[in-house]
Design a protein around this ligand. Structure first.
Ligand code: SF4
Ligand code: SF4
Length: 371
């Protein structure tokens, strides 16, 4: 049975598959229980809880095995226009658009059903710990999972944990940090927000990825500059990692459909996009920000513009400062104009200083002071 599951997974294009007993993921549970509750409240609450998912037998008493599929999400090059702005894994997330990768998983589900296997794709199972438990990945000190047997050991992998009602011989776990000592923790040094506060420990509330799609209100002043030009997600601690160099430095085919839509994610298009543009071009690919929260994208685009030092963005920022209905977007435009500087920025900020609400006026005064 195990061989059949493996052969079918590889035949359908998955990179790897591993097997474990359906036991509690104890190390994960110990780790989150040792952290302040507020650090993980976004993934451990009544409606969604990785802590609950980690206790596999309590949540799913019928489960006998944990089976982990690995998908390589870096089979193609990523568009240069999106590099450093949109995290790679999100650029090829096909769950909403139901394209080839999605259909591959559905085909695997059909196969499992045809074999009479009862299974469940439990989104609450902590994916990286599941992968290490099933022997398909090990950890980097940046907390990402690195492939053991495939993808030249890289971290560009999507992990799909399934629980099944069949006893399957478990593989040996690979829960370990396999980082070379000569690396000297390059990921920690490169993390712009210092989110990796110790090897293998990230404070999500300081992570750019978290801040780009979660959280309400205008981004804290302290984080705006370190968040740089990332609009949605962040790959920095993976890009600098020498464990990814072999994979990254090889020639990969162009992703033609993705290249064709890369221009949709230009900062100027994001900043002043309509509701239709957002729901038709952006949200179907990058859906962690709700369909109703276009303003979060626009605020992120304004912040990214401010961090480019490119004054060509000033006219777009002035337009949004005047016209955007959301105060967090207008406030961030003021901040960005202060960062980019120049006479046009100053004139636009002065023209708005008495014509907006408290939040935006505070941002305008701070921006003018910074000029
Ligand atoms: S950058 Fe260095 S320490 Fe960080 S995950 Fe990569 S090899 Fe490990
Ligand atoms: S994803 Fe970015 S912000 Fe988050 S830990 Fe890695 S480098 Fe830091």
């Amino acid at each position: 049975m195990k061989n059949r599951l493996r052969e079918k997974a590889l035949e359908l294009g998955f990179a790897d598959i591993g097997f474990a007993e359906a036991k509690p993921l104890d190390l994960y549970i110990q780790e989150v229980d040792s952290r302040p509750p507020e650090m993980y409240s976004f993934t451990i609450n009544d409606t969604f809880s990785l802590r609950r998912g980690a206790d596999i037998p309590t949540k799913n008493p019928w489960a006998k095995s944990l089976v982990v599929l690995v998908r390589n999400y870096h089979k193609y090059q990523f568009p240069r226009e999106m590099t450093g702005r949109i995290g790679r894994c999100y650029q090829v997330d096909e769950r909403k658009e139901k394209k080839e990768e999605y259909r591959q998983l559905i085909s695997y589900f059909h196969f499992l059903k045809s074999e009479g296997i009862f299974f469940f794709l439990d989104q609450e199972i902590p994916a990286r710990m599941a992968a290490a438990t099933a022997g398909v990945a090990n950890y980097g000190k940046n907390c990402f999972a690195y492939a053991n047997r495939v993808m030249r050991g890289a971290s560009w992998l999507e992990i799909i944990p399934l629980i099944m009602d069949r006893e399957l011989e478990p593989d040996e776990h690979t829960i370990s940090y396999n980082c070379p000592s000569w690396c000297r923790n390059a990921c920690m040094a490169a993390c712009p927000t210092k989110a990796i506060y110790a090897p293998g420990k990230i404070n999500p509330h300081r992570c750019i990825a978290y801040n780009s799609y979660y959280g309400n209100g205008i981004t804290d002043t302290e984080l705006r500059e370190p968040m740089g030009t990332w609009v949605y997600g962040c790959d920095r601690c993976q890009q600098v990692c020498p464990r990814n160099a072999a994979y990254e430095n090889q020639p990969l085919p162009v992703n033609v459909p993705l290249e064709a839509r890369a221009a949709d994610f230009r900062l100027e298009r994001l900043l002043n996009m309509t509701d239709e543009y957002y729901t038709e071009k952006i949200w179907p690919l990058c859906f962690y920000i709700s369909r109703k929260n276009k303003a979060k994208w626009q605020m992120n685009a304004a912040r990214a513009m401010g961090n480019t030092t490119d004054r060509d963005y000033i006219p777009e920022l002035i337009t949004a400062l005047k016209n955007n209905p959301d105060e967090t977007v207008r406030g961030m435009c003021a901040w960005a104009l202060g960062r980019l500087g120049g006479e046009k920025s100053k004139a636009a900020l002065e023209a708005r200083r008495a014509n907006d609400n408290d939040l935006v006026c505070r941002e305008i005064e701070a921006a003018l002071n910074s000029l």
